[in-house]
Design a protein. Structure first.
Length: 406
């Protein structure tokens, strides 16, 4: 690990302990944070998030470089004879330029994720255009992140059925010679469709002609941000009628907060509420590898300031690079901007095995162009289409916290 990365980790640890000391001091004096202290704590937590994002980026870059080096091992000095060389296949950047210039009408880029190792997080390696779009999208939308949810790629958009258990088999004590009753599990099904998320992006011929413009990076960032924001919102709170069924919509009822008090704002949760939410799921669900707690930025800010009856903070920041922040000592914490802020009747937290939520990507990322749509403005219009759906077949695997009344 680089010295710079080590320094970032050390700086993050020091910043956290400084903020914790301020909160401990106020708690010891049985008072709220002063305006100055609250500003310091909020600013420090923001710095923690910034350093965490930078640490994750550096670790991913180091991992990617190691994978490339491993794949090229033994080939460093191999040269192909000139006479045996064939024309290299078009790169994604070349394909995009061909689409923009009109040499191609359109193209479908496969949306794929792959495991590098058995311990891999399923994170896509962004070497292709579609992977770059997905990589950008998951930065702004955790419900598109294959390390958070389960991803299914299909070649077409026909209805796709997932099984689920509605009832479980049960055992019974029987006496000698007494007939043993049959106890079969009850099965249910959930159908995944393919809703069409789409957008138009316009580029100028000058941008395409300028060789110093990285057209792949530019378009992947624009499309990735658009898809990440929109699709993540549908996969979070979608109604399931003309859009995916969001995880919040599907999650089972877990805990409802109490009425507002002098120390708890309307719709906010206490440390006990968070504990009750986590333990409202059975032990089997809590041991699943995808178990996590997810909330909006404002919900996580509130979580960071909560203490249990023993005086322990609910929030536990990671002190090791490459590992997630946790709550209650062991449960992964995920920020989702599409979730509601704490409020009366608002679902501000969900807890459970998020890998039980399935996201279906159908047919890949479609890109096509029209030189006629904005002909008078001398602009080339690119159309992006990504067909997706999402559902939670096993609704008992995720539960939600709903804010109480005023």
């Amino acid at each position: 690990m680089s010295q710079y990365l080590n320094k970032l980790v050390e700086d993050r640890q020091s910043a956290y302990h400084a903020a914790k000391a301020k909160m401990d001091e106020a708690a010891a004096e049985s008072r709220d944070l002063s305006a100055e202290e609250r500003e310091f704590v909020d600013r420090t937590f923001a710095e923690l998030d910034e350093k965490r994002a930078l640490i994750d980026t550096l670790i991913a870059a180091e991992k990617r470089e190691a994978e490339i080096a491993e794949s090229m091992r033994g080939l460093e000095n191999v040269a192909r004879p000139v006479e045996s060389r064939q024309a290299a296949p078009s790169s994604d950047a070349d394909i995009l330029r061909e689409i923009i210039s009109g040499e191609r009408r359109g193209y479908t880029f496969g949306v794929e994720t792959r495991d590098v190792l058995t311990s891999s997080s399923n994170a896509p390696v962004p070497t292709t255009f579609s992977a770059q779009v997905l990589d950008q999208a998951r930065m702004v939308g955790p419900m598109i992140d294959p390390s958070v949810v389960s991803f299914i790629n299909t070649s077409g958009g026909e209805p796709f059925t997932l099984p689920s258990l509605a009832t479980w088999s049960t055992a019974a004590i029987k006496g000698e010679g007494e007939a043993i009753a049959e106890s079969d599990p009850g099965f249910g099904t959930t159908t995944l469709n393919a809703y069409k998320a789409s957008l138009l992006i316009q580029v100028s011929p000058e941008m395409v002609a300028d060789s110093n413009v990285n057209i792949t990076t530019f378009l992947s960032e624009q499309a990735g941000n658009a898809f990440g924001t929109g699709i993540n919102a549908w996969l979070t709170t979608g109604t399931g009628t003309v859009q995916p069924t969001g995880v919040v919509t599907s999650a089972a009822a877990g805990v409802t907060g109490g009425t507002a008090t002098a120390t708890r704002g309307t719709g906010y949760f206490t440390a006990d509420d968070v504990i009750d939410l986590v333990y409202s799921l059975d032990g089997g669900a809590r041991t699943l590898p995808g178990f996590a707690v997810m909330g909006s930025g404002s919900a996580i800010a509130a979580l960071r300031k909560l203490k249990t009856a023993n005086g322990d903070y609910v929030f536990v920041p990671t002190l090791a690079p490459g590992t997630p922040d946790t709550i209650l000592g062991s449960y992964r914490l995920i920020e989702n901007p599409a979730m509601a802020a704490p409020g009366s009747g608002a679902v501000s937290l969900v807890a459970g095995d998020l890998k039980s939520y399935f996201v279906r990507s159908a047919g890949g990322l479609q890109v096509s162009q029209s030189a006629d749509y904005a002909f008078a403005n001398d602009l080339i219009t690119l159309k992006f289409i990504w067909r997706v759906d999402g559902a939670l077949p096993q609704t008992s695997h995720i539960k939600k916290f709903t804010g109480g009344t005023a």
